[in-house]
Design a protein around this ligand. Sequence first.
Ligand SMILES: Cc1ncc(C[n+]2csc(CCOP(=O)(O)OP(=O)(O)O)c2C)c(N)n1
Length: 631
Amino acid sequence: MSPDKLLPGIQSPEDLRRLPREQVRQVAEELRAEIIERVSRTGGHLASSLGAVELITALHYVFDTPRDRLVLDVGHQGYPHKMLTGRRESFDRIGKEDGIAKFLRRSESPYDSFGAGHAGTSISAALGMARAMQHQGRPNCAIALIGDGGMTAGMAFEALNHAGHVRQQNLVVVLNDNEMSISPNVGALSSYLSRKLSAPMVRHIKGLAKDFLGSLPGDMLHWAQKAEESLKVFFSPGLLFEALSFRYVGPIQGHRIDVLLETFANVKQMLANGEGPILVHAITSKGYGYQPAQQDPFLYHGVGAFEIASGRFRPSKPGPPKYQNVFADTLIRLAREDERIVAITAAMADGTGLDRFKKVFPERFYDVGIAEQHAVTFAAGLAAEGMKPVPAIYSTFLQRAYDQVVHDVCLQNLDVTFALDRAGLVGADGATHQGAYDFAYLRTLPNLILMAPKDENELQHMLRTAIEYPGPAAVRFPRGEGWGVPLDPELKALPIGEAELLRDGDDAVVVAIGSLVHPALEAAVELGAQGLSVAVLNARFVKPLDAARIVALARRCRVLVTVEEHSGMGGFGGAVLEALAAAGAALPVRCLALPDQPIEHGDPAAQKQAFGLDAEGIARAVQSLLAGTRS
Ligand SMILES: Cc1ncc(C[n+]2csc(CCOP(=O)(O)OP(=O)(O)O)c2C)c(N)n1
């Protein structure tokens, strides 16, 4: 093997395809080493990308990308794909402002045939593309690469069902089966896929078959042998996919380049023979090739910077508790008092903090897989029978379960408490993960009450409020650490729909919600030092809104500013405007919020500053409104 590196010569998959087959393994090895090296400096999705190196390299080698469309589910495993498609040198700024994204994006490369960030979409998208090629008479195919975690999403099944129904000839689904989601994967499908026959069981079946075959007359032997074959098929995971009209290929070893190249070449031939749609089942190890990650793929799913030799992470500075942990610890306290409380996560036990709850109440904890829609209706069912379910779902992922929130929970006025984590700006994960829309999609719903705490202490009280409220309630809180405020030892329920006046004033009033209440206070203090009298109202509730309080302040002050870490369209500011209009209160108003555009990855503090959502920006807005009233 040449000691020369091959990777620097690969700017696109065309370059890869020019190499002889024997060199593809070396490319994969170099990719793996480079991913480890670069992610050790920048952080990122390590274990998933390491587990998909061979699959992605072999797919690009065999298929004619980008004319053949490669669709990666979620996109978090896509680092080898990014490196093979001309983005190696851009890795230093992955997830940072103006750098490349952590997930795939159509705007970033022609090889990113479909953007993602949320799981379970790849088969639907690939089917749509394959169908379009058919409509347009193009000879290419579409390939969805999806993990066994992604496969737990309902959409994946909807797509398989449809693809099988239309017998989509130019569609390939590659199932990257490592038995892991972020945590170990859950569900009956996962157990089915990984079902291995124990040695004694195999011997037993063989023994039975031998005795049986021996006892048969000659002409029945043929049929019996067929039956033995069927028995084997019965124990293969392929049966499920074959029943959905897919040709099943596998299970194959997903880290053997030679096996993958041969298998994908065969698959290509099968497509040409009209044998699609095809499902290739590859067995892989998450974190493969880097011992610390392979040993603990959960820990190395998404990482910060680390030392390669030891796998040790850079120590993080001790800081205030994270919102997710305050949420989980409070829920544990409440669950000790009320045994009707159960917690539900859709494959995010760690991210939501519910892994803590699971340790204390394993019987009252549910991980339903990447199945937000099911999580919500499952909660509705529990509530319908008198339980108090708490689905903890990131703001961005609850978008997927909108109809379940409307149709199953709110219209039936069921007692479900939604904990929406990662509400607001999320940083490196970027546009697909911003929690920017939940006020808008929740505040329109009947029966639901909707809150956002100003800090981690208020989160505790809001959780009690939500749990005690007998109908649907939602609490949305930000990603990351709280403000470091003291946590009250007693949990108290807040009066529903009552705002909190933090500072009185009669020049201007700032009506703030959630994470921007403290910056609003800071702005008011600063303006106070300049001789302006600025009231700050912590709205606490978006629904029911404390309209009486807001209107009273509006009548007293010259200007009003609303502040929220949420999209301006349909958000909290809109709710305040509605209340002012309904009361006929007319005064100059400015709504500070996130702009109406996808908000890319970047540093949330810098982004807030750029959008005028920090103390300085709030103060500026108040000053300019007041200046307008003088002229
Ligand atoms: C709708 C949705 N819910 C949750 C997530 C968070 N998430 C990102 S990756 C992942 C696990 C994916 O597992 P799998 O598809 O098996 O890929 P692997 O990382 O094991 O290679 C989860 C739950 C998401 N991206 N989308």
